[in-house]
Design a protein around this ligand. Structure first.
Ligand code: HEC
Length: 217
């Protein structure tokens, strides 16, 4: 048995030596479609300058029009070129794909709002967060008064989404902090807060005539 095994082993070994020695290849063949042979996928913080030096275009951005895996709710409008407002205007017609928030979603969205937006727009959405502080804060630009200003109360959700996605004047883009779905949720949250403030203002207005001196006694 042992003898048989060793004969087999020696035969294979000899064959392997013959095969490997007979056809030594020190040069790999020329590579057809090198992008497929050598992955261009780079680590996030890796140095890409060698690609640029080699004349290969690489900008770290996803290919235009592609969607990340798991990404929901595409927004088809791209950012306007400086000075152009075509897509900003067109965004008015884009409907919010989220039409309501459950109690749990509302709570989560409030958390997202307070982390990302409240510092400027205020916890009460009155445009007076701690960074602005009536103009005494470190942030010079007046954030939009999201609740209490007719302009923003009338602003369509799609247009708000555009500004949150691409930025507006002094406000930057929140596209990398919040997913599209989270951005639409935050917009819905703003609209719900606007509606709630209107609803709580209404009874006060209804009570006014009683105190009105011109009212008939
Ligand atoms: C660093 C301060 C800052 C933060 C943080 C911030 N904003 Fe703003 N935002 C501003 C300023 C300033 C404006 C007014 C821009 C203008 O019209 O010049 C503005 C305007 C807006 C507008 C009106 C846009 C328009 O088209 O006129 C919306 C809606 C808005 N912000 C929503 C948000 C939301 C939602 C977040 C959080 C995801 C957020 N902002 C975070 C500063 C901020």
């Amino acid at each position: 048995m042992m003898k048989k095994l060793s004969i087999i082993a020696i035969t294979f070994f000899t064959a392997a030596v013959i095969i490997s020695c007979s056809d030594v290849k020190r040069q790999p063949g020329s590579v057809y479609v090198p992008d497929m042979a050598y992955s261009r996928a780079y680590e996030t913080y890796a140095d890409h300058s060698n690609l640029t030096e080699a004349g290969i275009f690489y900008n770290n951005q996803p290919v235009a029009g592609t969607m990340a895996r798991g990404e929901e709710l595409p927004f088809h409008l791209t950012k306007d070129a400086a000075g152009d407002t075509t897509n900003y205007t067109a965004a008015k017609l884009v409907k919010n794909p989220i039409d309501s928030l459950s109690a749990a979603e509302f709570k989560e969205t409030e958390r997202l709002y307070l982390i990302n937006c409240g510092v400027c727009h205020g916890a009460k959405l009155n445009g007076n967060g701690p960074l602005y502080k009536d103009g005494n804060g470190p942030y010079a630009a007046k954030p939009a008064t999201l609740v209490g200003d007719a302009k923003y109360e009338a602003m369509p959700e799609g247009q708000m989404f555009y500004s949150v996605a691409y930025g507006k004047n002094m406000m930057g883009s929140y596209a990398s902090q919040l997913s599209r779905k989270q951005r639409w949720m935050v917009i819905k949250y703003i609209k719900l807060k606007q509606a709630a403030s209107k609803a709580s203002a209404a009874p006060a207005m209804a009570a006014t005539p009683a105190k009105d001196s011109t009212a008939k006694k």
